[in-house]
Design a protein. Sequence first.
Length: 163
Amino acid sequence: MKALIIYYSQDDSTRIVAETLSNKLNTDIVEIKDKKPRKGFKNRLTSSFDAIREVKTEIIPNNVDVSNYDVIYFGTPVWSKKPSPAIITIIDKCDLRGKDIVIFATMSKSGGTATLDRMEEKIKARGGRVIERFTIKTKGKSKSYLKKYSEAYAKMLDLSLYH
Ligand SMILES: Cc1cc2nc3c(=O)[nH]c(=O)nc-3n(C[C@H](O)[C@H](O)[C@H](O)COP(=O)(O)O)c2cc1C
């Protein structure tokens, strides 16, 4: 069973989760970068607006070939109770027919359920089947806490996916 993790992260939290899962579950991994400037107060407002309105963005890589994978993970930070524009953009470019999908989101404190619901809708529309989903609260959490938490999730996912 071949798995790929696709993630976007602006400030490292989602990256830590994605990299930990990838190491523990031996998956391939692709980071999606957003070409639009996202740092700073003004850009944060635009980012929130873009997330709420689901404005597409230019991403690097422009596309990901998922045809060789059975299981695909999508990870994103929560932006204004929505998935980040970069992850919505890549989901809408992938052919997910027949694929099992795991989705996860990191957030300060809330909006994770709405974010994952929206991702799940998008993924279903592209033919994917969401088999697992989880959120992680990051506010005030150290990198080592996020790593430990993700390791615990990796164990659980390993069991549900491979046995
Ligand atoms: C534009 C923007 C909007 C955000 N909106 C929310 C939100 O609605 N709820 C929440 O709990 N956290 C929100 N956050 C915080 C992030 O979801 C949180 O810090 C996340 O773990 C960051 O992940 P990253 O380090 O991978 O970028 C927002 C952050 C940004 C930059």
